[in-house]
Design a protein around this ligand. Structure first.
Ligand code: FAD
Length: 535
């Protein structure tokens, strides 16, 4: 838990110091670092989140023993002074999280307010309805099968012991029959098309006998072609280990997964897979000792990057931000024999996004969430022709529902298309052709690597949602950079389109956007909860 300590130096200047409760014993060293050579006169620990901070009495004693000499009068004066400071800062709690979450967004022609209103009124309700349908709620993955998908980077120690990390896979009887059939034949019409094509291929074939070697090469080729379109790794849907998970029964929420294991994942993503040189230090990186430049060096580096690499960082940061909003919005507030109470934890939100508690980083992260929203929204607008084809069905084997769901899906995509300030993806990879191609390949390789890192997330529930969201974002990127194939797509049933999405890609695309859309909606709730702190 983060706590705050106010320190007064010998010249009566006031310093505000953040520390973690586990590091409470060291608070004065931190304070001494911040104040430099000045003698720390007194520190006053105040609890921003009274229900949150459980400081052990021994830790408090250590702190008090270090407070140094102080008269009773100066202590009382100081306490009064600091209590009033606390009251004034709490009064602007909403402002401190949202001060920069307004107005124009960088690298695009859109603003926060337009997205808020569009999402909360137009997109969010429709999307929620769609995501509760059978087609979208059952996601096929291998989250519990460590041997099947081992972490390729280091030996992981599963946190399945954390009870909130457990994922309950579906029993076979819970999954609609239609979904259980071979994954890419998800539409009856599509399967008829495929049969026709197979027949046609046979009739036109000159010599269908291929050597084992050639067959093997062709399979590798196909795998390569499929993979080269993609920005992320997909679980093998045909693997017998792969299980269906009901996403509605396994919601993304607080799991208790944190500390060095979680940091290692985020660190490996930002340090090794976001184009950042090691010499540039990320602000507030918990795995690196305090760099002391308030993150300015990092932001200078970020601003100096080409727009594509900056966009990459902002997408990842937006995803990270969304995950942390969800765990704050569905936090375990109370647990007893009879019930578990989940709800908004305002202090947890402040810890992550309050300008002062995060040295200015929190609001910047919230802006990255909006950037991610724009990218995924744009992908939905672009993919409309794919779903509009008469041969496409959201097949679950329940025709009436399937038709209604398709209608709802198209309605949602038309709304997405009507958004007035879409992100212009043609600005990306636009320069010198050769360099742009190389950059695109780097972008793809790096994003694929991030999707592999998800197999190293030791908490199953976090892994499930982390994988789903990176797959969803990867699918959005695949769509954005397949414009020509999508436009050239035929509406007849006789031709197999060159652009394809698997069921897993479709489910992850919409559910991932559902997470971002819910995060934007949750920001409205947090704004309102924080503004009540004034009273
Ligand atoms: P972390 O969120 O772990 O962040 C580490 C460091 O990264 C911070 O100190 C800061 O320097 C930097 N940072 C933080 N946010 C951003 C940002 N938006 N942009 C850029 N830099 C940033 N926990 C749950 O309770 N439920 C979940 O469903 C869940 N899913 C997860 C999925 C994945 C893939 C991972 C890796 C973790 C998940 N976690 C989940 C854990 C959660 O994200 C945090 O790691 C954990 O709560 C500890 O938080 P923290 O405050 O120590 O900082």
């Amino acid at each position: 838990m983060l706590c705050e300590s106010m320190c007064v130096s010998s010249n009566h200047s006031l310093y505000r110091v953040s520390c973690r409760s586990s590091e409470l014993g060291h608070v004065l060293h931190v304070a001494a670092d911040s104040i430099g050579s000045e003698r720390v006169f007194a520190c006053y620990l105040f609890e921003l989140r009274i229900t949150q901070i459980r400081v052990s009495s021994s830790a408090k004693k250590t702190l008090c023993a270090e407070l140094g000499s102080m008269t009773m009068t100066s202590f009382i004066l100081l306490a009064v002074l600091l209590t009033s400071v606390h009251v004034t800062t709490a009064g602007s709690a909403a402002h401190r999280c949202f001060c920069q979450v307004t107005g124009d967004l960088d690298d695009c022609a859109c603003d926060v307010e337009t997205i808020d209103s569009f999402n909360n009124k137009e997109i969010f309700p429709k999307l929620q309805k769609l995501l509760s349908s059978d087609y979208f709620r059952f996601y096929q993955s291998a989250p519990q099968v460590n041997l099947n998908n081992p972490c390729p980077f280091w030996t992981d120690h599963s946190q399945c012991g954390l009870k909130y990390c457990a994922v309950k896979p579906c029993t076979p009887s819970e999954v609609p029959e239609g979904l259980k059939s071979s994954s890419y034949k998800y539409s009856e019409a599509a399967s008829q098309d495929i049969e026709k094509c197979e027949k046609a291929e046979k009739l036109g074939a000159v010599n269908s006998s291929l050597s084992d070697e050639t067959l093997q090469a062709l399979q590798e080729w196909k795998k390569h072609d499929d993979e080269s379109d993609r920005f992320c790794m997909l679980d093998d849907e045909d693997s017998p280990e792969s299980k269906y998970v009901d996403l509605l029964l396994n919601p993304e929420r607080f799991t208790g997964y944190k500390g060095p294991e979680a940091w290692r994942i985020w660190n490996s993503i930002y340090e090794e897979n976001c184009f950042k040189p090691y010499s540039v230090k990320r602000p507030l990186n918990p795995l690196v000792s305090y760099s002391g430049d308030d993150g300015q060096g990092f932001h200078r580096w970020l601003e100096g990057l080409c727009v594509e690499k900056r966009a990459f960082f902002r997408l990842i940061s937006g995803l990270h931000c969304s995950i942390n909003i969800h765990l704050s919005a569905r936090y375990l507030l109370n647990e007893n024999w009879f019930e578990m109470k989940w709800g908004h934890n305002v202090s947890e939100f402040q810890l992550r996004f309050d300008e002062e508690l995060t040295e200015g980083e929190g609001p910047k992260r919230l802006r990255n969430l909006y950037f991610l929203y724009l990218i995924e929204l744009r992908a939905l607008a672009k993919i409309l022709p794919y779903f509009e084809r008469s041969t496409f069905h959201l097949y679950t084997g329940q025709p009436t529902q399937d038709n209604e769901n398709k209608k709802l899906l198209l309605e949602l995509l038309h709304v997405a298309k009507s958004f007035p300030l879409h992100f212009d993806e043609t600005a990306l990879f636009a320069g010198n052709k050769k360099e742009a191609m190389q950059l695109k390949e780097d972008f793809k390789r790096t994003f694929k690597n991030i999707s592999r890192i998800m197999d190293c997330v030791e908490c199953f529930k976090c892994r499930l949602w982390g994988k789903l969201q990176t797959q969803g974002l990867g699918t959005a990127l695949k769509i954005l950079f397949s414009e020509r194939q999508i436009e050239a797509m035929p509406n007849t049933s006789n031709t197999n389109p060159s652009f394809q999405l698997s069921r897993q890609e479709i489910v992850s695309l919409f559910n991932a956007f559902g997470r971002i859309s819910t995060s934007v909606r949750e920001l409205k709730n947090f704004r309102s909860l924080l503004s009540k702190l004034k009273q």
